[in-house]
Design a protein around this ligand. Structure first.
Ligand SMILES: [Zn+2]
Length: 122
């Protein structure tokens, strides 16, 4: 397992870090497929924990993932979050898994575990 295969359609370059206003597109860190930014869940690292950021409002680097447990599993297997978020250590993705196992992403984004999780850490 190399983990080096990359979606050729969306080479990861520095331009990915800039906002491309024409057609915001990100690569899922799980399946490596390109998708509209709006279709992907933003994930940020907070104190060694992967935290879902459905509103895209949290500061810092974000990784993008399909809101799909399968993509999360792939991302975990290849430590994609550690790489994408440029953190030194392992990341706990339990909150993310909990988030994804709930249904109704938009609903969860407003009232679900992510919000509760973040509130509990303040
Ligand atoms: Zn995916």
């Amino acid at each position: 397992m190399s983990g080096r295969r990359r979606a050729r359609a969306c080479p990861r370059t520095r331009s990915e870090e800039r906002e491309i206003s024409a057609s915001p597109c990100r690569t899922c860190v799980g399946c490596r497929q390109r998708a509209a930014k709006a279709d992907l869940l933003r994930v940020v690292a907070v104190e060694g924990v992967c935290v879902p950021d459905p509103r895209g409002r949290m500061p810092g680097r974000g990784a993008h993932l399909h809101p799909d447990p399968e993509c999360l599993a792939q991302a975990e297997r290849r430590k994609a979050f550690v790489r994408a978020l440029r953190v030194p250590g392992p990341l706990d993705s339990a909150p993310l898994r909990a988030f994804l196992s709930g249904d109704g992403l938009s609903e969860v984004g407003r009232t679900g575990p992510a919000k509760r999780y973040l509130a509990s850490r303040k």
